[in-house]
Design a protein around this ligand. Structure first.
Ligand SMILES: [Zn+2]
Length: 62
């Protein structure tokens, strides 16, 4: 199972070559740390990062 972070929105995708969040094909294996957003509307971190969809996001993408 490969976890690839999107370079554009940092969404972590599993076993796909296209980001399911933004449709970008720029995915990378080189990412560090992650946060899980369960309820973007109630999360201050999600608002700060512009995240609107629940999921797992990389903190740092190379
Ligand atoms: Zn994306």
């Amino acid at each position: 199972m490969a976890e690839l972070a999107c370079k554009r929105c940092k969404f972590i995708n599993v076993d796909t070559e296209v980001c399911v969040n933004c449709g970008s094909t720029e995915l990378t294996k080189e990412w560090y740390g992650y946060l899980i957003i369960i309820d973007p509307e109630k999360s201050e971190i999600a608002k700060k990062l512009g995240i609107t969809k629940p999921g797992k996001y990389a903190l740092q993408v190379e």
